[in-house]
Design a protein around this ligand. Structure first.
Ligand SMILES: [Zn+2]
Length: 234
């Protein structure tokens, strides 16, 4: 996967190239799909506002994202991650890269609108699967998360501040890692394909049904029993 960068970022680019190659290969294998054509830009801090993006207004510095505003579509990666990314462990940066790469895989085909929790659960679970395969300290990363009292993935309402977004993403990572423990990684292929086949907007009920079925036997019961998934604040 091509990575473009300013010459002074060669060292960082080497690290990121490794993560990208690892994620690209692993996701292609897990999902049984031809990987999408995508390039990555590693942006120097001073060039951040020149990065390709969907909207006229630049994104906050340090926030990686995926954009289809250029051809081929691009992952935009910052020189330094925004301080809001927590916890900081050896897994933080690669998880973030694989999350955006998973969005690129999902958006390689048309996808209908889904509730926010499902749209972000999928890349979080996918990034956790790559981390497991790469032998990263995922458990340590999960154990260092700070839990926001009362928050569940379904009580979260955007738009929200960066800190609340992070808490939401962290809960989804916990749920994704728990799903991988319980059901193995095959459900990822099933949920990606289910989302590609869906042609109507996915509501709450349908989202729960799709993910439950993708997880496998007992999946929906497991999902609704999870503390992260409750409809009422914990
Ligand atoms: Zn995302």
């Amino acid at each position: 996967m091509p990575l473009l960068y300013a010459p002074r970022l060669a060292g960082r680019a080497g690290t990121l190239s490794g993560y990208l190659a690892q994620g690209y290969g692993t996701l292609g294998r897990i999902l049984s799909v031809e990987p999408p054509e995508v390039v990555a830009y590693l942006m120097a801090g001073e060039d951040w506002y020149a990065a390709p993006r969907d909207n006229a207004r630049p994104y906050p510095p340090g926030l990686p994202y995926f954009t289809r505003s250029v051809e081929p579509p691009a992952l935009v990666l910052p020189e330094e991650l925004f301080t809001v990314f927590r916890p900081r462990t050896a897994a933080t940066l690669p998880l973030t890269v694989w999350h955006e790469l998973a969005h690129a895989f999902l958006l390689g085909r048309e996808v209908v609108r889904t509730p926010a929790w499902l749209g972000e659960f999928v890349p979080q679970a996918a990034s956790a699967a790559v981390a497991r395969g790469a032998g990263l300290p995922l458990q340590e990363h999960l154990s260092r998360m700070e839990r926001e009292p009362g928050l569940t993935v379904r009580t979260f309402r955007g738009p929200a501040g960066a800190g609340d977004q992070m808490s939401f993403q962290n809960l989804l990572l916990l749920l994704g890692a728990a799903a991988l423990e319980e059901f193995g990684e095959d459900f990822l292929r099933r949920i990606f394909h289910a989302l590609w086949e869906e042609d109507e907007i996915v509501d709450e009920e349908r989202a729960e049904e799709l993910l439950g079925a993708a997880l496998g036997p007992g999946g929906r019961e497991w999902l609704v029993s999870r503390p992260e998934f409750q409809e009422e604040p914990l």
